[in-house]
Design a protein. Structure first.
Length: 118
C-alpha cells in the first residue's frame, strides 16, 4: 500500500484544517487506516483510526470531539478533519495502514506538517 498525505499548513488556535491521504496499490477492504502525529522532541502518537470495511472509528482522548476521521471508498482516500485546533496539536501528521489482523501499522505515508499558532 502506498500512502500520500497532504493538507498540512499553518492555522491559528481555534481554527480548522483538513488532511487527506491517498491510498493506492491494494484493495483496502481488509485494512485499518490510521493517523498518527509526532510533535518536536516527542514520540509519535496515535491520533485516530478507521476500519475500511465497517467504517468503525476510534480516537485518542486528546482529539476526541475535535477531530473526525473518514474515508471515501470510491476515491481510496482517508481524511482527518481537525477542528478547534490547539497549539499542542502542532506536529507532523502521518497516515498509516495495517491489515486488520495485524497489530502493527506496516505502511506509512510521508508526513505533513500542521502548525497551530497561539
Amino acid at each position: 500500500v502506498q500512502l500520500q498525505a497532504s493538507g498540512g499548513g499553518l492555522v491559528q488556535a481555534g481554527g480548522s484544517l483538513g488532511l487527506s491521504c491517498a491510498a493506492s496499490g491494494r484493495t483496502l477492504n481488509n485494512y485499518v487506516m490510521g493517523w498518527f502525529r509526532q510533535a518536536p522532541g516527542k514520540e509519535r502518537e496515535f491520533v485516530a483510526r478507521i476500519w475500511w470495511r465497517s467504517d468503525s472509528t476510534y480516537y485518542a482522548d486528546s482529539v476526541k470531539g475535535r477531530f473526525t476521521i473518514s474515508r471515501d471508498n470510491a476515491k481510496n482516500m482517508v481524511y482527518l478533519q481537525m477542528n478547534s485546533l490547539k497549539p499542542e496539536d502542532t506536529a507532523v501528521y502521518y497516515c498509516a495502514a495495517r491489515v486488520q489482523a495485524d497489530a502493527r501499522y506496516n505502511y506509512w505515508g510521508q508526513g505533513t506538517l500542521v502548525t497551530v499558532s497561539s
